[in-house]
Design a protein around this ligand. Structure first.
Ligand SMILES: C[S@@+](CC[C@H](N)C(=O)[O-])C[C@H]1O[C@@H](n2cnc3c(N)ncnc32)[C@H](O)[C@@H]1O
Ligand code: SF4
Length: 372
């Protein structure tokens, strides 16, 4: 049977109320945004790429950021409507929005739902106020819980993000926080270990994140507790009840195609990798002049495409199925593969190639062994 290649649409909103000290996403705190211009430009870039992708069937739209919950609901509605006009979307189109749990944004959940958002991913990050202050968040734990409750009654599907392995966080504290999170969780949770990214405010401070062994212990606790609660990891940092995985992100991890609209967005289309201009101001003027702001666009050579399939596929608990594995076979080193199987880091059988939980934890080192 012919597999229909998944296809998704990513729309990037690059603005936030303030910049969190750990964040290296393309996100900027600005005093004012000209919503009318931004709406017209996002719609223009969507139109531009629609002409290149006739007949594709989007299964997902993902509003990411930045803080897309600061977008005007009318803009969200116009973009969803435009996508539905350009393409014949799958009947169960997944429309996700990342949102911050401040009261300003929660006040607009109903309008986002009416605009067509059916999945909300809430950036809660921590369940206690001291940790939230450390992470530079603008919401309190109480505000987060209120927003979560409202999200639960507004959207069909919800998820929330937490950041763990924070400085000084003991395993007992994380277990307690995760236990509370699992009681609050719907069918999906994203649990990220704090990483100190170059160029962020945290990278200029002395931030003592847990040593490797402690980080491994925290990760293992996370795997065990989420699994026991029926929300096993389906990807390194993402947990879901089976069937509630984020379809949009699966497109990235399973070698699908997607359009990336907005500043700094990446896309993959018909064997090409592309990026949009990263600076919000330059992106806006480029789109206004040319109808799009594509900064780079290149054909992925077969080896690069295959390496990407392995790197992305092994993030998933299910790994690469037989079809993707066959497509990626040329970049796998048979001796490295044997070593990784013997070390217990990967499994190769009739369902394909997948990393074990310990292999997923050391994925970069495992990939260095596996790839030619
Ligand atoms: C694009 S950001 C979130 C969007 C939204 N503005 C928010 O703050 O909730 C996606 C998620 O990545 C995670 N994240 C970002 N930077 C991180 C870092 N340095 N370490 C760990 N997790 C990080 C956070 O959990 C965040 O919610
Ligand atoms: S974590 Fe979210 S709110 Fe904070 S700067 Fe990054 S994108 Fe903006």
């Amino acid at each position: 049977m012919l597999r229909v290649k998944p296809f998704g649409i990513y729309i990037h909103w690059p603005f936030c109320l303030s910049k969190c000290p750990y964040c290296d996403f393309n996100s900027h705190a600005v005093a004012q945004v000209d919503h009318r211009r931004w709406r017209a430009a996002l719609l223009a870039e969507l139109d531009h790429f629609a002409t290149e992708t006739p007949g594709r069937r989007p299964g997902s739209i993902f509003f990411g950021g930045g803080t897309p919950s600061l977008m005007e609901p009318d803009t969200i509605a116009a973009l969803i409507e435009a996508a539905r006009g350009h393409w014949s979307c799958l009947p169960d189109l997944e429309v996700t929005m990342e949102a911050n749990p401040t009261s300003v944004e929660a006040g607009r959940f109903q309008a986002f739902r009416a605009a067509g958002v059916n999945r909300l991913s809430l950036g809660i990050q921590a369940l206690d106020d001291e940790a939230l202050r450390f992470l530079g968040r603008r919401h309190s734990a109480t505000e987060a819980l209120t927003a979560l409750e409202l999200a639960r009654t507004t959207f069909e599907r919800i998820s929330f993000d937490l950041i763990y392995a924070r400085p000084g966080q003991t395993p007992a504290q994380w277990q307690d926080e995760l236990a509370r999170a699992l009681v609050l969780a719907g069918n999906h949770l994203s649990l990220y270990q704090l990483t100190i990214e170059d160029g962020t405010a945290f990278s200029h401070q002395t931030i003592a994140i847990p040593e490797d062994d402690d980080a491994v212990a925290l990760f293992e606790t996370t795997q065990a507790m989420t699994e026991a609660a029926g929300l096993p990891a389906y990807e390194i940092s993402n947990h879901a009840r089976p069937g509630s995985e984020c379809r949009h992100n699966l497109t990235y991890w399973q070698g699908g195609d997607w359009l990336g609209i907005g500043p700094g967005a990446h896309g993959r289309l018909n064997g090409e990798a592309m990026t949009q201009e990263r600076s919000p101001g330059d992106w806006l003027t480029n789109v206004e002049r040319h109808g799009h702001a594509t900064a780079t666009r290149e054909k992925l050579d077969p080896a690069a495409r295959q390496e990407e399939l392995v790197m992305m596929g092994l993030r998933l608990a299910t790994g690469l199925g037989p079809e993707l594995l066959a497509e990626a076979a040329d970049v796998l080193d048979p001796r490295g593969l044997t070593r990784m199987i013997e070390a217990g880091f990967v499994i190769h059988d009739a369902s394909g190639l997948r990393a074990t939980p310990s292999g997923r934890l050391l994925l970069n080192a495992v990939l260095a062994e596996l790839l030619i």
